[in-house]
Design a protein around this ligand. Sequence first.
Ligand code: SF4
Length: 473
Amino acid sequence: MQVQSMFFKESASKKLNDAVLQKAMKKAKSKFVDGRAASVATIDNWEDIRTHAAALRDRVIANLDAYLIEFEKNAIRRGSVVHWAETAEEANAIIVEIARKNAVKTVTKSKSMVSEEISLNDALEAAGVKVLETDLGEYILQLAKEPPSHIVAPAVHKSKEQVAALFVAHHHKPLLTDISAMTREAREELRAHFLAADMGISGANFVIAETGTTLTVTNEGNADMVTTIPRIHCVITGIEKVIPTLEDFATLIRLLPRSAIGQSIANYLTLTTGVKQANEQEGPEQMHIVLVDAGRTKLLGDDMQSMLRCIRCGACMNHCPVYQNVGGHAYGWVYPGPMGSVLTPTYVGIENAGDLPNAATFCGECQVVCPVKIPLPDLMRKLREKQFDLHLRPFSERFAIQVWAFFVKRPVLYSFASRMGARLAAWMGGREKLIHKLPGIDGWTDGRDMPAPEGKTFKELYRKKYASRKTNP
Ligand code: SF4
């Protein structure tokens, strides 16, 4: 997927004026936020599980090579072929080659964010392979020719009416208004494709080292159809998805659906271990597992390493006031919200990430809800520092920070300048006590007035209050 993150500000402004999007985001917010809160409240030791999961993910990251090799050994033992892709191009080339060698003409696919990262569908289509997305949200977006706007609910930005119109245009059937009927119609459309596909491609939420198993968590059952019906099954996943044991999965699955959409357990947990055996009725004749790096190893030993803990639940974006208002497309790449503000600069280059590290209010809610305790605000702060050091921020911003740094290192001068600033701001507010325009930081006052301060610094106000307490105990 082409990176458009440098246009975040312009794109966010447009999204704020998109009435359909605003309605959809409002609906999604209450579903995700309230759903998670209610679900988490039913677990007494939620914080202990988070702590345990964060430590587990850290242990995996510290020993990533060993767990990946163990996974490879056990996957091969069960008849899978394991491929290693250092770059997006390599991953695409591997999968296109598998398709070419096996004369694959049609592919059914379940949701995979890694495949979005590497633009796998485009690579397969260019090689003459027809790809059909089978996750309902992804299917809708494939019809609409749009990228996902959320990692768990890809079509969350679409209204029911927009989906109904898409179905009429593509299915050539009467207009439906009931969501269940629309879902049934999509299932009917997809069924024949499930049965006829030459190859199934799935992502993996986790891969398990001790058994060589790949694991997919879904709510629609489409991953089961994709992984078992076609003669070839290809799994594409990031190298950080490995976990040591099935027992570790039992820990993580307590966190994942609850954090994602407030579900105690997902509808389908699909565990796939190798190819169809002689005594089995179902399963693929070939199973290929493509382990993708595409920038992940760059995070090892880096300030951003803790980001590799991510289990892609989406809770950070669901609770982010910026995401809640602008939706996922504004972020300009595969991963939106706070996790995207960290992953995009690290995967595609900080110079291509534009304002993403600044696309946060730093309320800290993302860190509070992250099931694996990733310190997202800290990571974004570090990325801001990097952008500053690399001169990637506008001159006016860097100059302002340098001026501020000059004063803050000289307390007497700083105190004097803040007193003058507070008085000036009070004067600018006039009788209305409202500042209509702040030169240099117009972004704050373009859409609203700023209440003028009292004309005193915090220290002055504090001293006044403290003195009055002393005289009136
Ligand atoms: S950063 Fe945390 S909250 Fe966000 S998607 Fe990853 S695991 Fe979930």
